[in-house]
Design a binder for this molecule. Structure first.
Ligand code: F6R
Length: 234
């Protein structure tokens, strides 16, 4: 694992941008993308750059079940707002949250990943070490799957919706084996709330109780974190 500690998320984004830019110029064709707060500045740097994505494919980690791309809480909406609107790709894939056949969509998404091997995958990390919606306890062998959201996640998300009944109950998410199949991985983590996750991902045992710890086994991972997130590292 290569670890880059930066002063703040702006310099972190600049480092990540350098890596993406270099890989794209070297011929990377398929980018694995993430949502959440951590990649926002990187997407901004991409939007402000002269990079051209019109010959590239993007594959996102996850999407809520039941939300349309027009729904402001959907990950499609997020990606359009932060990146795709300004920098369209040749093909952009997210799981279809509106499917009425989840098993078929899961199989379809696995097929997409198989046909478009990911050259470089962007990740964030949850405070508990989750990557995508792969919470502690998820099998390291998992491929794309449906994840039932816990009651506490549903309650935490309720503030974004008019009614708690509108909050998605599940998501479709790339599995840990799918993430590990990417040739190169860049993980971003900022702020002291990520201290525990950073320390245990890098220095802790490799265990399904800490999903991101599997990254220790990947041959090409770069962790970019700020000083606040890195402060417990040995
Ligand atoms: C995003 C995702 C999540 C986030 C993680 C960190 O597609 O799957 O795993 O990467 O929850 O979120 P932020 O970046 O908001 O701290």
């Amino acid at each position: 694992m290569k670890i880059i500690v930066t002063k703040d998320k702006i310099t972190g984004a600049a480092k990540a941008f350098e890596i993406f830019s270099r890989e794209i110029k070297a011929g990377a064709k398929v980018l694995g993308l993430a949502t959440g707060s951590s990649p926002i500045e990187l997407y901004q740097d991409m939007v402000n750059s002269d990079l051209n994505f019109s010959n590239l494919t993007s594959i996102n980690l996850d999407e809520y079940v039941g939300l349309s791309p027009q729904n402001k809480q959907s990950y499609w909406y997020f990606m359009n707002e932060h990146l795709f609107k300004a920098k369209p790709f040749k093909h952009s894939y997210l799981p279809d949250g509106q499917t009425n056949n989840i098993a078929a969509e899961v199989a379809h998404y696995n097929q997409i990943i198989k046909e478009n091997p990911i050259d470089i995958q962007l990740l964030g990390i949850g405070r508990n070490g989750h990557i995508a919606f792969n919470e502690p306890g998820t099998s390291f062998d998992s491929t794309t799957h449906e994840v039932k959201l816990t009651q506490s996640t549903i309650e935490a998300n309720a503030r974004f919706f008019d009614n708690i009944d509108d909050v998605p109950k599940s998501a479709i998410c790339m599995g840990i084996a799918s993430i590990m199949s990417a040739k190169k991985i860049v993980l971003l983590a900022y702020g002291e709330k990520k201290r525990w996750a950073i320390k245990n991902m890098i220095e802790g045992p490799i265990t399904e109780e800490m999903p991101a710890s599997i990254l220790q086994k990947h041959p090409d991972v770069t962790i970019i974190c700020d000083e606040a997130a890195a402060q417990d590292l040995d």
